[in-house]
Design a protein around this ligand. Structure first.
Ligand code: CMC
Length: 429
């Protein structure tokens, strides 16, 4: 990090603050001393200009459409890696060699089962319970079964990370099985991470499931593409909650809740709902494009736009190609894919979307792949959570290892009533 300075004037008085430069040229004014020196805070709703930390995990250049985990291009990782390798990379900062990968896989196998007592939890959710709510509750509850990490959160982090990454997959699949009233299918150590998940989801006593390598490859790719995305809403939540000193399970559970929102991870489910609505409305694109552009209409084009990308979302580009590939392999003809492509074409040629740099994001095509491999739309955001988990854990770990970390506590500019005299109840009009 090279240091230069920023000079500025408040009320005629000049101040100097250091500028921190990142390894890829990102620059941030270090405002640590701002309040003390000037009596002012910064105001930045939505944190559009605010860096909350330095990080060595993920690099993102929104103007060039670049995304890298630990220095490796997302395109290479999505094409050449298994999700488990990428999880290791995020956690440890390096790609695993064969024995490291073997060891990590061994941990994932060892921790795949849920404590049998936890299975009772599933019985007490109503039949239509959201799988995201179930996921968040169950992950939080894991702390009660494995409280040992509270003693020294970083000492057992490898084990806790593997436990979480393995068990979240079992929780997700079990919540689906419960929701459709089918018997639970337990994890099998002879299957890969993704193969195991698919088998737990779709195997039935009356019809064994065949794990197809093409489906495993597609799922691997999706999970890799979701694995981290620097300081997004859910990751910032995980860090914020964790900064209070709470355990990893509770921090991740909070992140799951943040991800649930339709402006964030919930967009993948919203995209499918939107495409189905447009399809059922005689593919009246014009109507929905007009609604999306209308400021008085809350409707937005789900799966479009991004806070950071001002050009294409590289994950969206990879997913679109993968979408065509998997549909072809599975010989699925989905009218929603044609509809999505048409909608994309119209939006990308519309002045409203062009002038605001609105492009399809990671969520625009992912739902069509999930649908093709049999995953119901209310599980889409759960799939996002499975993918994002290694990123959340790595960011939590980085935050805890950083000796400069303090409890997250934003400030505000108060705009309420000035001080006034108390009025007793009998005197109030
Ligand atoms: N449809 C129509 N207009 C949009 C859209 C959209 N999808 N996204 C942004 N805009 C408009 C917005 O109305 C505003 O217009 P104006 O300048 O006239 O007020 C302008 O573009 C800038 O939007 P913003 O809301 O200030 O941008 P933001 O950075 O705060 O929001 C976003 C980013 C992703 C929340 C937003 O683009 C959005 O709501 N997209 C749809 C939901 C979605 O797909 N979310 C998934 C994001 S990617 C995966 C993830 O992060 O989980």
């Amino acid at each position: 990090m090279t240091n230069t300075t920023a000079e500025f004037i408040i009320d005629g008085k000049s101040y100097t603050l250091p500028i921190i430069e990142g390894s890829e040229g990102d620059r941030g004014i270090d405002i640590n001393g701002l309040l003390q020196q000037t009596g002012c805070i910064t105001l930045d709703p939505g944190f559009k200009n605010t860096g909350s930390c330095t990080s060595s995990i993920t690099y993102l250049d929104g103007n060039k459409g670049i995304l890298r985990y630990r220095g490796y291009a997302i395109e290479d990782l999505a094409e050449k890696c298994q999700f488990v390798e990428v999880a290791y990379l995020l956690l440890h900062g390096k790609l695993p060699n064969e024995s490291e990968l073997e060891h990590f896989r061994g941990l994932l196998e060892r921790f795949a089962l849920l404590h049998e007592d936890m299975l009772h939890f599933f019985d007490h959710f109503p039949p239509n319970a959201s799988p995201m709510s179930i996921l968040s509750v169950m992950v939080n509850a894991l702390h009660n079964y494995y409280p040992e990490m509270s003693d020294d959160p970083l000492e057992n982090i490898d084990i806790t990370a593997a436990r979480l990454i393995s068990k979240i997959r079992t929780i997700a699949a079990f919540s689906y099985k419960k929701s459709v009233g089918h018997p639970l299918v337990y994890p099998r150590n002879d299957l890969s991470y993704c193969g195991n998940f698919l088998n737990m989801m779709f195997d039935k006593p009356v019809r064994p499931y065949t794990v197809r390598p093409e489906v495993v490859a597609a799922l691997n790719k999706l999970l890799i593409l979701h694995a981290d995305h620097e300081q997004n809403c859910s990751t910032a939540t995980v860090r914020m909650v964790g900064s209070a000193g709470v355990n990893l399970y509770a921090s991740i559970s909070a992140g799951i809740n943040a991800l649930w929102g339709p402006l964030h991870g919930g967009a993948n489910e919203a995209v499918l709902d939107m495409l189905e609505t447009i399809y059922a409305d005689d593919c009246n694109f014009e109507k929905y494009i007009t609604k999306a552009k209308d400021r008085d209409d809350p409707f937005r084009l789900s799966g479009f736009g991004h806070r950071v990308y001002r050009t294409f979302d590289p994950r969206g580009t990879i997913i679109k190609t993968a979408c065509h590939e998997i549909l072809e392999v599975l010989e699925v003809s989905d009218p929603l894919l044609d509809l999505a492509q048409k909608l994309e074409e119209i939006a990308l040629n519309d002045e409203y979307f062009i002038s605001r740099n609105l492009y399809p994001n990671v969520d625009f095509y992912s739902g069509i792949i999930y649908r093709a491999i049999g995953i119901p739309s209310n599980m889409f955001t759960v799939m996002f959570a499975l993918g994002r988990l290694p990123g959340w854990i790595s960011q939590w770990k980085e935050m805890r290892e950083d000796t400069t970390t303090k409890i997250g506590r934003p400030r505000q500019v108060y705009i309420g009533e000035p001080a006034r005299d108390f009025v007793s109840l009998d005197q109030r009009s």
